[in-house]
Each structure stands twice: as C-alpha cells, then as structure tokens.
Design a protein around this ligand. Structure first.
Ligand code: 3H9
Length: 702
C-alpha cells in the first residue's frame, strides 16, 4: 500500500507499519504530518489491522519539525487535528519504533504513541530551546507526565539528547532492544504482543505533579547563561502549566508560549546559527567526489598547553594518540598538565574517574620522531615561531611515511612558507585550535596554496571527528577568525585613550551577551602574547596603529592573571577581576601624553566601535576570497570567541542593524579617525545595493 510520497503504510500480518521517508533525517517536512494522519486513519479503518508501528526510513526516526518551515507562511495543522490528536483518538495501539533520533516533534509523536521501543544507539530529546522556541507539539505537556516534572524540566530547558538506555531508566521508553536486533521485526512482535491491551495507555491521561519550588529554582539556576533570552523561560512556564492545568488547557498555554517565540529575533538568530553550522562544512570549490581520508593513528608534536589540549581532544573522542616534546622534562610536565585538567573535570563532576583513566590511557607519551614515524596524521603544536616550526616540519617530512598528512597548529604564520620546507606541500594544512583546545569548539582549517583537496577534506573531517566545528580559512595574516577580530582588539584599547575604562567596556560586552568582557579575557590569555604580535606587525608596517596603553602595561610587567595584575588586579589565588585605580591612572597619563581629548561614551557607541571595526575587516576578508561565506565568519565568532549565539554571529547581528547604517557609521568614523576606518570596497558595494551581509558574494577562494 502506498499513500503519500513521504509516508507509507505497509502491512505485516495484523500490524500496520507506518513509515516516514523524508530524507536525510525525516524532519516533519511538507506532507509528513498529513501522511502520518492518513496512514493512521487507513489502519484504523482496516479491520485486518490490530495495531500499528510508527517508524522512520533511513538514518532516523523523526528529527523534529522542519526548521526551514519556521518564519515562513507554511501552515500548521490546528490543535485538535494534529498527528498527536489522531493518535489520542486511535482505538488501536501504536508503537513508536525509534532508531537514530527522535527529537522535538519526533519525540512528541513518539509520546503520542501508546508504547515506545528503541535500538540502543537511538537518542531522544526536546532540543527546541536551542533554536529559540519550545516544544510546540505537546512535548511540554506529555514529557512531564511521562518522565516526571523535574526530568522534563531539565531536558526541555537544556535541550540535551538523551541516549536510549538512559531514556529507558527515565521512563520515556518502554524497551531498549538488544544490540544488533532488527527494529522493524521487534516492533511488529511488540505490537502483536500488546494488540489487545485495553484501556490504551495514553500519556495525556497521566498526572504531572511537582513541588512548585522547582520552577523558581530552575529560573534562578539559568539566570546567568540565559540572560537576554526568552525561550528558556517560556519552556519553564509551559512545563509549569502541565502541573497546573488540565491537559487540553495546558496544550493551549503551550501554543501561546510557542507563538511568542517562533518569530522573535532570538529564534531567527538561533535558526540561522543552526544552518550556518551545517553550511560551514561545505567546500564548494573542491571536486564533489573528494573524500576525506580515514585516519587511525594521530600524533601531536609539542606537549605545551595547546599540544596537550589537542591530544586530549583526540583521546576524548576515542583515538589513541601519541604525544612528543623536544625534552623529556617538557613531556613529563605536559602529561602532568593533562592529568590535572582531567582531574579538575572529575572534581567538578563533569567526568567520571574511570572515564578519566580510560582517556589518560589513550594518550601515549613518546620519546622521539622514531616512535611516530608510522602515524597517519600529525598535528604540530610547538612554539609559535617560524624558526622553531620549520625545522620540525623538515624533520617530520624526512621521517614520516610519505603519505602522512602534516598539520600545523599555528594561529598566524604563513602556511605556504612552512609547507615550502617539505617535499609534500600537497599534504600540509593549518589546523588552528582555539584555547583551551580540548574545550573550544572551533577548528580553523588553513588552506595553503598547494594543499590537495583530499588533505583539506581530511583536516575538516578530522575536526568533526574530535567534536569540533571545522571552518575553512585562507592563508592570510591571522587567518580568518583572528584577522576579523584584530580591529576589535585594537579598538577596545583606543577607546581607553578616548576616555573609557576597561570595566566599562567589559560591562557593555557582558550585557550584550559575552560570557566575559574582552579586557578580562585579555588578562586570562596573557597581555605579553598580544604585545609580541603587535611588535611583529609594527615592524612590518610603518602605518600600524600602535597601542601605547597596552604596551605600557606590559612594560610594567602587568601580564594579566598570571602576574596578579593586567587590565585588572587580582587577589592571590582568585580569578575575580577588580578594577584598578593604577590602571585608570596609567590610561589618563598615556592619553594626556598622546594629546587625545577625553569624552564619554554610550553603551551603543562602545558596542558599535568594537563590532563595526570587525565587520569592516570581515568584508575585506570576503572580498579577498579568504573565506567562503559571511556565515562561516559568524560560526567562527560563535565558537572561537563566545559571541552570543542568540545574536546569530557578527555579520547576522550587523544585518539586524542594516548594511547602510553600518556603512554610514563606518564612513563617518573614517572621516573622524582616518585610514583604519576606511570602508572596504565590498562593504561599499553592499551598502549601495542594500544587500545584506549574509548574501555577500565573496571573491573565489584564494
Ligand atoms: C520542532 O520539532 C518543533 C516541534 O516542537 C513542533 C512545533 C510545532 N529541519 O545535522 P546534520 C538537515 S523543532 C530541517 O548535518 P547529523 C540539516 O540542515 C525541531 N532540516 O546531520 C542537514 O541538511 P544539509 C527540533 C534539518 O547526523 C541535514 O538535515 N529538532 C533538520 O550530524 C543533515 O543534518 C531539532 O532541533 C530539521 N529539523 O545530525 C533537531 N534536522 O545536508 C535538529 C536536520 O542540507 N537536527 N536537518 O546541510 C539536529 O540536531 C541534527 O541534524 C541531527 C542529525 C542530530 C538530527
């Protein structure tokens, strides 16, 4: 029997098997809900069918509503006529048979069924909050009834994916099949077994009871991370409604709270971020048939902070990884640091002790090049200076299997120059991890001119295999992430020259949504590091805008947290930044010496001075063909710099202001401040045509 192109009904004895087929992940795209309803009705009208199974073809059960449909005019079925309503009315039992993912509308449909079984690798969840909405298909009313209010609250507010074995314990699933079982056969057998059970166990008929204090406690616990956002709070209100209202009224309340969110800026930005993160994996100018190479035996050179973090990333995702250092002492210290980092996670409760031991056992310290010569990929993470990296690459080229890929964790050096010391420039790329490398999600893959498509595809895939979001960047000074951020870093210090204080700028950026202010971040990273880069750039470019206040702090030995003083002062053993009158005095003195007039700034001015400078640089990066898309730069800002996700990213945020307003402001600052604010040619063109940044056509990748 074939009914709709995206959902079909097949008969298996007395069981009607309803199969969703909407590749790649069975989102509830056009026609899917209608198709399910149609099949349910047919099966209920067929006297030879005693029970039904709902399942998905291909990779997944149902991954949720079709996110592309939100914010469009696509009509939803009204309450009372949805799949869940038809399931509730069904006189015959329905079994959800889950593999892959049952997320959002997928889990909501599964909870509309009378029974739920799954394969062990399946995951279930209500991740709507992550795209700025709430479960709008009864999830906020059914999950508290099925799994208890506290569990539902935690799952809906976090949006986390719950593995099947845990979902079984939480009461969301009725059975998890043994490894390797045939899901369809097991589901049909299950349906036959329960075909005559009456009354039918409907989730809606259960009660959701909770201590009312848990809702305020949840609001309090998310206050910091959910600031400026509405969706997490509406999620809490909707679950609260499940405990206070009869089911039908709760459904209406859920709908009202959903409608408040779905077209708001927060949801638009989060949807944009979701698709930008998928787009960034696509490399449009590589041959379509290029395949990443499989790798099994990675090595990391350099056991410093970055090398250790990179080795941890491999170990965290199941790889055995070798790590070496120039000296035994460096290697011992590096292994000690890795152990301490894991131990901190164990102490915090985010890692189990036995898992820590398993991960430690995957990191193999080795004495020299001979021990890594058979590895298939190497990530070099030695000191960030060309004269240190070049001999390492020359040596690697000499000892490694000629097929091995050699990657460099550099944050700024010329990858073509580095590749030139080897006889395999086609097998070399940059892999720029962000610090701490085992925590930060961004991996910038830097593309030297001779890298082969396979090398680039493998570097991108390597990042994804170790839990990173890989983004391709051109081989330009600072690559894409740091280059687009550099003007922001200068502008924040220039603001001080004109009358701001570090704590004032930090407050504006925290209010905007950053987890920390940029001056506090500078203190964490170390002010001496930025000073090195400035010296190098000033030597290369006579027009380079120096930052005398920052240089003065470094001159005074104020390197940040590690010296107890930087932009802020720190008490011994405490990382809390305290505004420092000494810094205010230095700022005043240096500004006076520079003869710069002092003024006061509004929060909006501070925000725009920082971010517009970077928008302009991002346009230059695009016009030079150093990035594929504006949205790739947004992904880099989200995962490299902690830009607030609910604002979409740097360029999406700028689009919210409007390309013409951004251009006019930059042009006016160009008049006032000179060349550093010269608008890029691409920005001017976009403003003339009123084309949004996210639709900018960059030059071909160079
Ligand atoms: C919801 O359900 C609301 C309800 O309460 C009802 C309200 C009325 N829609 O990520 P991948 C695409 S809200 C549209 O690379 P993976 C994705 O863009 C929804 N498209 O695969 C990509 O396309 P392309 C709640 C979707 O294996 C392709 O599928 N559900 C959707 O790494 C492959 O995706 C969610 O929030 C979708 N729902 O991860 C789940 N899902 O190839 C969102 C995927 O053109 N999805 N696509 O780039 C995910 O988290 C992951 O995609 C998933 C698979 C874990 C399922």
């Amino acid at each position: 029997m074939t009914d709709s192109p995206v959902v079909r009904l097949e008969k298996d004895g007395a069981v009607g098997v309803i199969i969703v087929n909407y590749p790649p992940v069975n989102a509830l795209g056009p026609g899917v809900a209608e198709g399910i309803i149609d099949c349910l009705n047919q099966a209920n009208n067929d006297a030879s069918i005693k029970a039904m199974v709902l399942m998905g073809d291909g990779r997944s059960f149902i991954a949720g509503a079709d996110i592309r449909g939100f914010g469009t005019n696509r009509k939803r079925l009204p309450i009372g006529e949805r799949t869940y309503d038809v399931m509730d009315q069904s006189p015959k039992p329905i079994v959800a048979a889950i593999h892959g993912f049952a997320l959002g509308g997928g889990l909501e449909n599964a909870m509309g069924c009378h029974y739920r079984i799954a394969v062990p690798s399946a995951k279930v969840g209500l991740p709507e909050v992550l795209i700025g909405i709430l479960p709008g298909g009864g999830g906020t009313q059914r999950l508290p009834r099925l799994a208890g209010v506290q569990t539902a609250l935690e799952m809906i507010v976090s949006g986390r994916h719950v593995p099947a074995p845990e979902a079984l314990k939480l009461g969301i699933l009725d059975e998890v099949l043994p490894e390797g079982a045939n899901l369809r056969a097991a589901a049909v057998a299950y349906a036959n077994k329960i075909a005559d059970v009456r009354p039918l166990p409907r989730v809606r008929d259960r009660e959701a009871k909770a201590n009312p204090g848990i809702f305020d406690a949840m609001r309090k616990s998310i206050a910091r991370r959910a600031r400026n956002q509405k969706a997490p709070y509406n999620c809490i209100l909707a679950v609260e409604a499940a405990t206070a209202l009869p089911f039908e009224d709760g459904m209406r309340r859920e709908q009202e709270l959903f409608e408040e969110l779905v077209n708001a800026d927060e949801a638009k930005a989060l949807r944009y971020a979701f698709f930008a993160e998928r787009e960034v994996a696509k490399l449009p100018d590589l041959p379509a048939d290029v395949k990443p190479r499989d790798f099994t035996d990675p090595a990391v050179i350099g056991a410093g902070t970055m090398g250790g973090g990179i080795a941890m990333s491999f170990a965290d995702f199941g790889y055995d990884v070798k790590i070496m250092d120039a000296t035994q002492e460096g290697l011992d210290r590096g292994m000690e640091r890795i152990r301490n980092n894991y131990a901190t996670s164990v102490k915090r409760g985010s890692l189990a002790q036995d898992e820590m031991e398993r991960r430690m056992a995957r990191i193999h310290p080795v004495a020299g090049y001979d021990d890594i010569k058979d590895c298939d990929v190497v990530v070099e993470a030695v000191f960030e200076r060309m004269d240190v990296k070049k001999p390492v690459f020359a040596k690697l080229d000499e000892v490694m299997n000629p097929e091995a890929l050699l990657f460099s964790n550099t944050s700024a050096l010329d990858m073509d120059d580095l590749a030139s010391v080897t006889k395999r420039p086609d097998k070399i790329a940059g892999t720029h991890f962000f610090s701490p490398a085992n925590v930060m999600k961004l991996l910038e893959v830097v593309r030297p001119s001779k890298a082969s498509p396979e090398t680039l595809a493998t570097a991108m895939a390597m990042g994804r295999r170790i839990g990173k979001i890989s983004a391709m960047a051109g081989n330009t000074d600072g690559f894409v992430a740091n280059r687009s951020r550099a003007p922001f870093n200068s502008e924040m210090v220039i603001l001080l020259e004109e009358g701001c204080l570090p704590e004032q700028v930090d407050k504006v950026m925290i209010d905007f949504g950053y987890p920390m202010g940029p001056f506090a971040v500078g203190d964490l990273a170390g002010l001496d590091i930025g000073a090195e880069g400035r010296k190098r750039r000033a030597a290369a470019n006579p027009n380079y805008r120096t930052l005398p206040i920052a240089d003065k702090l470094v001159e005074l030995g104020r390197f940040g947290q590690k010296t107890g003083a930087g932009w802020y002062r720190y008490e011994k053993g405490d990382r809390t930044p305290h505004p420092d009158p000494e810094v205010a005095a230095i700022i005043k003195q240096v500004s006076a010496e520079m003869g710069i007039a002092q003024k006061t700034f509004t929060d909006t001015e501070i925000l725009r001075r920082l971010l517009f400078s970077s928008v302009n640089e991002a346009c230059r990066i695009l016009e030079e063909g150093k990035a594929y898309r504006a949205s790739d730069i947004d992904v880099m800002w989200l995962h490299g710099f902690g830009f607030p996700r609910y604002r979409g990213g740097l360029m999406f945020w700028a689009d919210g202001i409007g390309v013409r307003d951004v251009y006019n402001q930059i042009a006016s600052w160009h008049q006032q401040y000179g060349e550093r604010w010269a608008p890029s040619a691409l920005l001017r063109r976009l403003a003339e045509a009123n084309t949004p940044f996210r639709e900018a056509k960059p030059a071909p990748f160079a």
